[in-house]
Design a protein around this ligand. Structure first.
Ligand code: 13P
Ligand code: SF4
Length: 302
């Protein structure tokens, strides 16, 4: 079957099954194009909670589908490829977090949305890359434990002036960016602005013009007067940015900035997921209830 045929079959099944397709900004172009809504982690969580569809096909990675299932336990949340996990989310388990809390007691725990439901259940509040600074400021404390991204933790520490004690996790895509990449991009594209994601190391953030979540990159691209933007993030986002802003040239900070886990969801798998109603992502009710507390605490303040 060709792309057009697959897309029209997906459309038919969506209508018949009252299903909605959500896709992250890093998904494959054809998957983004088949989605009803494309967004960043925060936007997708909000959208999942507000939808009245019976079925959500989540084109992203496992923790995102889990977040949707936690917020909407009555809906059927499908992940087209169960192996599409986030390696950063897998860098901390609930058992490790419990042990850490015992070692460093009395601190609030902030978990990045890139965590399992079990880790969220052990945390006080969740955050995403677009609201992490606001979430930490909202707590009214000077010191927090932050899991699992040490780069985002360092950025939040600098922006808030608070002591953020980080877990030793990172995103393998963003962690590879180096200060040297920014210097090389500046000399190759002297008129361009450099926008980077807060999962990048501080040495990269320090040299960039803006530090933005993927959702904020999309919003800023619609307003910028700049005609050339170098992007320090997963390069899948360029598909959407180009489509929405054809007059701007978007250049990846590194050609190799690809998350293979985000690319595991193909259009064929989206169709198969809708046809067979697989793979359903569920969270045990006791864990879901505690994890929901951390996610809702975040949604309340942002
Ligand atoms: P945002 O979409 O929230 O910016 O997160 C990026 C990311 O790495 C998701 O896996
Ligand atoms: Fe995880 Fe990084 Fe891939 Fe996002 S881009 S899913 S944080 S590994």
């Amino acid at each position: 079957m060709g792309t057009t045929e697959i897309t029209s079959r997906i459309g038919e099944l969506k209508r018949r099954k009252n299903a909605v397709i959500l896709a992250h900004n890093y998904q494959l172009p054809e998957v983004q194009d088949a989605a009803d809504f494309v967004g960043d982690s925060l936007e997708l969580s909000r959208r999942a909670a507000a939808l009245d569809a019976g079925t959500i096909v989540f084109c992203g990675v496992h923790f995102m589908a889990e977040t949707a299932a936690i917020l909407s336990p009555e809906k059927t949340v499908l992940l087209p490829d169960l192996a599409a996990g986030c390696p950063m989310a897998d860098m901390i388990t609930a058992r490790e977090l419990r042990a850490w809390k015992e070692q460093v007691p009395g601190r609030k725990v902030v978990c990045y949305v890139n965590t399992s439901a079990e880790v969220k259940a052990e945390s006080d509040i969740c955050c995403t890359s677009s609201n992490a600074v606001g979430v930490v400021n909202s707590l009214g404390v000077d010191e927090v434990l932050f899991v699992p991204d040490k780069n985002l933790a360092a950025y939040v520490a600098r922006e808030t002036g608070k002591r953020i004690i980080p877990w030793d996790g990172y995103c393998y895509v963003h962690h590879k960016f180096k200060a040297e990449d920014v210097r090389a991009a500046r000399s190759a594209h002297p008129g361009a602005e450099v926008w980077v994601h807060p999962e990048c190391p501080l040495e990269v953030i320090d040299l960039a013009d803006r530090t933005l979540s993927t959702g904020k990159m999309v919003a800023e691209a619609g307003k910028t007067a700049c005609r050339e933007v170098v992007l320090g993030t997963e390069k899948g986002i360029i598909h959407r940015l180009k489509k929405e802003n054809p007059e701007v040239r978007f250049i990846p900070l590194r050609e190799s900035a690809l998350c293979v886990h985000m690319k595991m969801t193909t259009l064929d798998k989206v169709l198969a997921a809708l046809e067979a109603e697989v793979h359903r992502v569920t969270v045990p009710p006791d864990i879901a209830e505690r994890a929901r507390g951390a996610i809702e605490a975040m949604l309340k303040i942002t």
